[in-house]
Every structure is written in structure tokens, then in C-alpha cells.
Design a protein. Structure first.
Length: 242
């Protein structure tokens, strides 16, 4: 009795053994879209084929490439980006799960290739205050710095310290270190008075001048120091105290 687990028939001697075809052996016309992407890369696929890869699979009686071709033919490639969840889901062979997948893919593409928003330019104490209005309601004292580039565009807003400690006890290196890391050429300081007072104290003025001198040594200019409360703001530069 033959107990072998090998194939019962072997090719005749001298006849080459046929190997199984791989993706690279198949002509592009008969490759599935996903296999075609693996072989040629995404740039080698047309709109319908790319859409078919995202949809994943078809339904009974209609394969995925036919569904994708119908979508592209009906809406155009550019029109697909404007379809709502309901419009995607209503198409035969799509449904809500695939529709959600398509919306997620399109939104990710928008975010990745959208031009970066213009950072605000700060050319006056009022424009700086517009970025610091949230300090009005802070119950603890915050020392915040706005770091700027050569065109006065905002590079970074950083909270240097929070809490009961007086801002004048903050060391200049804590203020200047982010400016160095982010290659800022200037900065604006701001701190709030939870008491509501907008009158700069002697310590506020001395601290501001100390930070300003430290910045000059590093080639980083201190443009202003704002005091903020629920009553508004005061600029030490406008008061001639900087």
C-alpha cells in the first residue's frame, strides 16, 4: 500500500518542472488593483484602480473595480472629494463602513497637503494682547513668552512658569532657552495679575530690564512686557519702562 504523501504523478524525466507564477510574471492587465500597486507602485494605477484599493472588495455580482469605475464615471475623480458620507454609502457596493473609510482617507490627504496657515505677525502691543487674552481669567499667575522670527511672525508661544512664585524669581535662562532652540530673533513677555491690577510693580520693571539685558547678550531682543488682567492690559514699552 502506498503511504506516500507526495504527489502521485511526477513529470517525466527530462521535462522541466513548472514553477508557480509570481506577481512579476503576470501581465498588468490581469492583476488586481492591490497587486498592481505592489508591483508598480501607486503612481502606476489610474483613478478607479486607486479607489478600488481603498474600497477593498466588491459585492456579489459586482467586483470592486466595476464599483470604482462606476463611481469615477458618475462623479469624476475631482468630484469624489466632495461626496458626503450619505452619498458614498448610497452607492451600490459601498455602504457606511467603506464610506467612512473613504472620508477618512480624503480628509487625511487634505491635511497632509494643505498649505500651512500663515502665522500671525505681531507689530503692536494690541496684536500681542490678542494672542494672550486667555490670561485674563487665569486664577494663578502665568508668565508667558511669545517668540518671533525676523518678520515678527509668531514661532512659538510658551508658558515659562505658573503658580504662586513671583515672576521676578524666574531665571533668564528659562525665558531664553526656547528662543535659542527655535532660532527666535525677538520675544515678548506677558504675565497676569489675578488681583486685577494693571499697575506694574517695581519688581516687574526690574525683572523686565534684567531679561532684556540677558537677551541683548544673546542677540535676542525683548520687544515688550505686557501685564494682563480682567481689566485689559498694559504695555511696559508704551509706558517707557522697558
Amino acid at each position: 500500500m502506498d503511504g506516500s504523501c507526495y504527489p502521485s504523478e511526477a513529470p517525466p524525466l527530462g521535462e522541466p518542472v513548472r514553477r508557480q507564477k509570481s506577481l512579476k510574471d503576470l501581465p498588468p492587465a490581469i492583476l488586481k488593483p492591490r497587486d498592481k500597486l505592489l508591483r508598480f507602485g501607486a503612481r502606476g494605477l489610474n483613478h478607479a484602480e486607486l479607489l478600488a484599493v481603498l474600497l477593498g472588495h466588491g459585492v456579489r455580482g459586482q467586483n470592486v473595480i466595476k464599483i470604482a469605475e462606476d463611481l469615477v464615471g458618475r462623479h469624476g475623480a475631482s468630484g469624489l472629494a466632495g461626496l458626503t458620507l450619505q452619498e458614498w454609502a448610497a452607492h451600490v457596493g459601498v455602504g457606511r463602513i467603506k464610506a467612512a473609510r473613504m472620508l477618512a482617507a480624503l480628509e487625511l490627504g487634505r491635511r497632509l497637503f494643505a498649505p500651512p496657515p500663515d502665522e500671525p505677525r505681531i507689530s503692536s502691543p494690541a496684536e500681542a494682547y490678542a494672542l494672550l487674552r486667555d490670561l485674563r481669567k487665569a486664577r494663578k499667575e502665568h508668565l508667558v513668552a511669545l517668540y518671533l522670527d525676523a518678520q515678527n511672525r509668531l514661532i512659538l508661544r510658551d508658558t515659562v512658569s505658573i503658580g504662586g512664585l513671583n515672576t521676578t524669581r524666574t531665571h533668564p535662562r528659562e525665558v531664553l532657552q526656547p528662543a535659542i532652540v527655535h532660532s527666535a530673533l525677538a520675544f515678548i513677555l506677558a504675565h497676569n495679575h489675578p488681583s486685577g491690577s494693571l499697575e506694574p510693580s517695581r519688581d516687574d520693571v526690574e525683572f523686565t530690564r534684567t531679561i532684556g539685558r540677558a537677551g541683548e547678550l544673546m542677540g535676542i531682543s525683548l520687544y515688550d512686557h505686557l501685564i494682563v488682567s480682567h481689566r485689559g492690559f498694559v504695555s511696559l514699552k508704551e509706558k517707557g519702562l522697558l
